[in-house]
Write a protein that binds this ligand. Structure first.
Ligand code: IMP
Length: 542
């Protein structure tokens, strides 16, 4: 009998080379538990993201080869699974543009007038990376004094001068800081000082060629004109560094334009709003309701599918199979899952209705997958790990509010909190603040009657508003042009650990029982977080 190796194991140690053989022959069940056992709520109670972990697999490929392409509707796929919430502190055109450039999708909120929302959709569709499509133009009659004042207001000093003073009118000159800086005759018109010696480029020029021309011409601005000399856009030297290539940008096949998505409610007047959004070029509409399984939403989905066959419609929110079935049968091209898990949400506390998010995601996605309907895991995402867990439980994409509200691209400015930290405002759409917002559609004096918040929570017309969300702030995070690539790299590394080369492979392997899970006790959750340190900095990426 051979001695125990290092005192461990049976006295007669097995040949180590047979480890894989023995694993295969004597352990028919993989280590850990399968997804069905994990989510079976009769055993475990409603599961949340923090209640479990995914067990590691085998790494046989580099992380940067992990493919994150994923469908957001039956017809449209994205290169990364990240969506920003239709909330008025999260997604307006700037967020929608930059998250789409990074391969995700921003859903423009509807707590604004239909015209304002349509204008934001138009900005997303018209966006061409590097080209300023709405430059501030001035008329030849403007005085030097007025230009100086305009410069103060805009914070920059180069303005194209056009015949009518607006875009799409004949370009006659350009006025720069240098032209007006030492010109003290404030009543002179700009024509006396503007440069007429212009280097221009014709509409249709590629960004690369335009950038080359900006460099070689040594001018600060390159006006882009049509065949009649009318100004259509501008390229600025100071933006050269920002004119990066975005290879993952979300575009439909054969289109140069970014994909645009926006939210609406299910009231009759939302049909008028939708027409404006469609005219502006909308690709995907999300029906924004905290409880999507309603006669209003089913009727709206049918109406949209009949009236706009080219428009994809995402229904929701849902958390059960039964809710999902109604919307799938009505024709939804995608579903949004989550009720009460949002970071600014008090729905579960106030309404006693909702579902822990991990349980909701698995139960809905496993049903919707049978009909090829992709699902969004919406709300409760606090870190990269939560994103991966939502995706492992069957979601095709994840939607984030609080995590993106602190970025530069969300609406509003950062401010210093009472504690001295740089923060940005973030509020639930069911908070009293958002529901009372006078900017709301058709707002006027009685805005309670019709705004996105009240509509989402079926509170329109109520004498007393019952809040389902809170209003607060989140830490400033800097630009999503850094944050989203961090999320992406984090998800790729996580899938590498799990041993899957793509989201599609992970979803398949979860359902086949090859990707395994482990429940976490309360003490396991403590163990899995930083513990025992006197103090620490939690810097997430650099
Ligand atoms: P977060 O990413 O955890 O902050 O959650 C964002 C999600 O919360 C949104 O996409 C909505 O589904 C949901 N939500 C937004 N406003 C409210 C609210 O006032 N009450 C409840 N849920 C909300």
């Amino acid at each position: 009998m051979s001695p125990a190796i290092n005192g461990v194991g049976p006295a007669e140690a097995l040949d180590y080379k047979s480890a894989l053989e023995i694993l295969q022959n004597e352990y028919p069940e993989r280590d850990g538990i399968d997804v069905q056992t994990l989510v079976d709520s009769k055993l475990n109670g409603g599961l949340t993201y923090n209640d479990f972990l995914i067990l590691p697999g085998y790494i046989g490929f580099p992380a940067n080869e992990v493919n994150l392409e994923t469908p957001v509707t039956k017809r449209i796929s994205l290169k990364t699974p990240f969506l920003s919430s239709p909330m008025d502190t999260v997604t307006e055109h700037e967020m929608a543009i930059y998250i789409a450039l990074l391969g995700g999708l921003g859903v423009i909120h509807h707590n604004c007038s239909p015209d304002e929302q349509a204008e934001m959709v138009r900005k997303v569709k018209r966006f061409e990376n590097g080209f300023i499509l709405d430059p501030v133009c001035i008329p030849p009659t403007m005085t030097v004094g007025e230009v100086k004042a305009l410069r103060q207001k805009c914070g920059y000093g180069g303005f194209p001068v056009t015949e009518s003073g607006s875009l799409n009118s004949k370009l006659i000159g350009i006025i720069t800081n240098r032209d007006i800086q030492f010109h003290n005759k404030h009543d002179d018109t700009v024509t006396t000082v503007m440069s007429k010696d212009l280097v221009t480029a014709r509409r249709g020029i590629s960004l690369e060629d335009a950038n080359d021309l900006v460099r070689s011409s040594k001018k600060g601005k390159l006006p882009i004109v049509d065949e009649n000399g009318n100004l259509t856009a501008l390229v600025s030297r100071s933006d050269l560094m920002k004119n990066l290539n975005y290879p993952l940008a979300s575009k439909l096949p054969d289109s140069k334009q970014l994909i645009s998505a926006a939210a609406i409610g299910t009231r009759p007047e939302d049909k008028i709003r939708l027409q404006k959004l469609v005219d502006a070029g909308l690709d995907i509409v999300i029906l924004d309701s905290s409880q999507g399984n309603s006669m209003y939403q089913i009727e709206m989905i049918k109406f949209i599918k009949e009236t706009y066959p080219g428009l994809d419609v995402i229904g929701g929110n849902v958390v059960t199979r039964e809710q999902a079935a109604g919307l799938i049968a009505a024709g939804a091209d995608g579903l949004r899952i989550g009720m009460g898990s949002g970071s600014a949400c008090i729905t579960q506390e106030v309404m006693a209705v909702g579902r822990p998010q991990a349980a909701a995601v698995f139960n809905v996605t496993s049903f919707a997958a049978r009909f090829g309907v992709p699902c969004i895991a919406d709300g409760g995402i606090q870190n990269v790990g939560h994103i991966v867990k939502g995706l492992a439980l069957g979601a095709s994409t994840v939607m984030m509010g609080g995590l993106l509200a602190g970025t530069t691209e969300s609406p509003g400015e950062s401010f210093v909190s009472r504690e001295g930290q740089l923060v940005k405002a973030y509020r639930g759409m069911g908070s009293i603040d958002a529901m009372e917002d006078k900017k709301a559609a058709g707002g006027g004096k009685d805005s309670k009657a019709s705004n996105a918040g009240t509509a989402r929570y079926f509170s329109e017309g109520d004498r007393l508003l019952v809040a389902q969300g809170v209003s607060g702030s989140v830490l400033d995070r800097g630009s999503i042009t850094k944050f989203v690539p961090y999320l992406m790299a984090g998800v790729q590394h996580s899938l590498q650990d799990i041993g899957c080369t793509s989201l599609t492979e992970m979803r398949g392997n979860v359902l086949e029982g090859k990707v395994r899970f482990e429940l976490r006790t309360a003490s396991a959750q403590l163990e899995g977080n930083v513990h025992g340190l006197h103090s620490y900095d939690k810097k997430l990426y650099s």
